[in-house]
Design a protein. Structure first.
Length: 195
């Protein structure tokens, strides 16, 4: 029950069940498209352990997350590391909710399973602010890891994530508000692609 409620609440942030698409600006005329894809059960064993770094050690806070991005400024750099930094910026801003400048004003579109039609930037931001997942899950962590450039497309980044968080605040949905439970959410591994 709580998992389905959480899925409804985070539809604007993490719509991995049916796929979604985002267009994000890169401080230039180029756009970045972000898609989430569900992982099939058979592929889960092929993924890296989200609780272990690439060298086999347990990750410390910030390792494989946002703090180690090496991000000195906001200018987009058209390189492999620049693309990865841009992907980290997008994740660190809760998919643009906390930093709308990352979302392209004219061409941004969000497509997801729980809405009747695609959302433009204004509608997307309004939905994100309405649900305010950070208020319900102040420790929300996407646990991104395994940032890698796609072998067949040098402008595509593939990411693995495993979202966690503790419900310490009220969870606001369209049909009502659920009081805090203190329950810890631990989502299964998810895959995202940013182009």
């Amino acid at each position: 029950m709580i998992a389905s409620i959480l899925n409804l609440a985070i539809f604007y942030l993490w719509s991995c069940t049916y796929g979604s698409a985002f267009l994000v600006s890169q401080s230039s005329s180029d756009l970045t498209r972000l898609r989430h894809w569900p992982l099939q059960t058979g592929t889960l064993r092929l993924l890296p352990n989200p609780f272990q770094s690439s060298d086999g050690s347990s990750p410390s806070p910030g390792q494989g997350g946002f703090e180690d991005s090496g991000d000195d400024g906001l200018e987009f750099e058209a390189s492999s590391m620049g693309l990865i930094r841009q992907a980290r910026r997008l994740l660190a801003s809760d998919y643009g909710i906390l930093d709308p400048a990352l979302l392209d004003d004219s061409e941004f579109i969000w497509i997801g399973p729980f809405v009747d039609q695609p959302l433009g930037k204004i509608e997307y931001l309004a939905a994100g602010r309405f649900f305010d997942l950070r208020a319900a899950f102040p420790d929300l962590d996407y646990r991104p890891h395994d940032f890698r450039i796609d072998e067949s497309d040098p402008y595509t980044i593939r990411i693995s994530c495993r979202v966690t968080g503790t419900m310490r605040g009220a969870l606001r949905l369209r049909t009502g508000t659920f009081p805090p439970t203190g329950n810890r959410m631990k989502c299964p591994p998810e895959s995202a692609t940013i182009t």
